[in-house]
Ligand binder design. Sequence first.
Ligand SMILES: [Zn+2]
Length: 492
Amino acid sequence: MTNQIDAIAAAQSHRAANGAAVLAEFVELLALPNVSRNLDDVAAVADRIVGMLQRRGVTARAESQPGAAPLVVGHLTVPNATGTIGIYAHYDGQPVDQPDWSVEPFKPSLFDAPLTEGGVEIPFPIADDGIDPEWRIYARSSADDKAPVMAVCAAIDALSKAGLSPTNNVVFMFEGEEEIGSPHLAAYLHRLGDELAADIWLICDGPVHQTRRPQVVFGVRGISEMEITVHGPARPLHSGHYGNWARNPNLELARLLTSMKDADGTVLIEGFYESTQPITEADRAAVAALPDDDESLRHELGLGDPEGRGEALALRLLLPSLNIRGLDGGAVGERAANVIPVAARASLDIRLASGNDPQHMMELVAAHVRRHGWHLVDADPDAAMLAAHPRVASISMKANYPGVRLPTDSALAALLVGAASAAAGEPAVAVPTFGGSVPLHHFTTILGAPIAITPFANHDNNQHAADENIRIANLWYGVDLMASLLTMPVNH
Ligand SMILES: [Zn+2]
C-alpha cells in the first residue's frame, strides 16, 4: 500500500525531472479558449481533458445534455482501495476583456516575476532544471480553474513513474459552466447519481491563504434574499396636513428592522440560530489557530465598533447573518418632498450557515413581522385593506440555496489538513467556512457526500480579472497536494 509520504516525494521528483513537459502540456490546455457561454469552445476543452485523462489510464468521457456545456466524468479504480475521493474542478473561465489584459489571455506566457512587480516575459523552459518557482504563467484559467486538471494529471504520472498506485479510487468531475452559476450541474448529478458516489468530494478551486500558507476550507454559506414592503397611506399625504396623524412607513419600517437585531449584532428573530450546525470546540480551536488579521482588517475597513463583542470574524461566519442591503422610501436631497410616502421597502439577504433551510429562515423573518402586528398581503393593498388593519406589509422571498460544512472535528477534516500540510511541508490553515455563498450543497443533497475545498492557487492570481496568473510554486504545490490526496488513508 502506497505511503502518502512516498507519494508526495514521487510528485516532487516528477516535477523536478519533468517540469518542462508538465508546463508544456499545461500551456496546450490553457491555449484553448474557454469562456463559458461559447459552447463550441468549452466542448473542445472537455474533449482535450478527456484525452488527458484517458492517456493516464482513467476511464473518462464527456457527458452532455442539450444547451449545456459537457461534464467531464472519469474513474480511476485501484485494487484494494481504502476509499473513494471525488475531485471536482471547472474548466470554463470568465470572459476576457481584451483591452485590460497585458498579454493575450489564450496565448499563455511566462514571466520571471509578477507583472505588477516588473516581471519580464521569458520563453517556456526546455530544460527541467532552473525552473524558478517564482515564475508565473499568465493566461485565462491558469489558476481558476484549469490548474487542478493539470495538477492531478501530473500527480497520476508521478505515481505511475515511481511504480506507486493511488490508495483511493478517484472519481473526476470537471464542469464547464461554473462561471455562469452551474445551471445544469444538479441535472447532471441527478442523472449520474451512484456513478459519482464518493466518501468525500474535494472542490479544487480558489486560492491558498493570503499568508501563502496552504489552506483547507470545510464549508461555504448559502443565501436567501427577500424584500419587505411596509405600506403607509393609500396616497402620498401632505406632511403638514396629516403629520402627527397618518403613520409614516419609513419610521414604521425602521422600528420593524431594529426589532430584528440588537446593537451587538445578535439577531432577535425567534428561532434564527436554532437550525445552525453547532459551533464546536474544534471550530473554536481552528479559528483560534488561524492567522489573525481581524485587527488590521478592522483598520483597513474603518470599522469602529464591529458586531459580536470582539468575537473573531471567522467565528461570526459560522452563524447565519441578516443583512439589510438596501432601503427605499420617499426621496432625499434635491428630490425630497414634504410628504408622508405610501410605502417603504427594505431589501435583505440572509447568509445561511450549514443547517439553515433557505425557505424556513425567511419564514422566520415573516413570522417576526407578523408578531410585531403586521398583516401580510400578497398584492398592493387598496384603501379598504389598509383601513381594515393597523399595519399592512408585503414580503417577497427568493430561497436560493443552503450552506454546507464538514464538521471541523471529523476524521475527514483531520485527514485533509494532514494531506495539505504534508504536501506543503508546513501546517495548513483549517478554515471552518468561507463567508461567501457557493452552491456546493448539490454534492451533499444529491450525491449524499460531504465536501471540502482544497485550493492551491496563489492568493494574488487575479481570478476572474485581467492578467490571471498562476505562480509555479503554487502549481507544484498542487501536484504534491494531489499526490497526497490520492493516497490519504480514507477509511471507507
Ligand atoms: Zn473557480
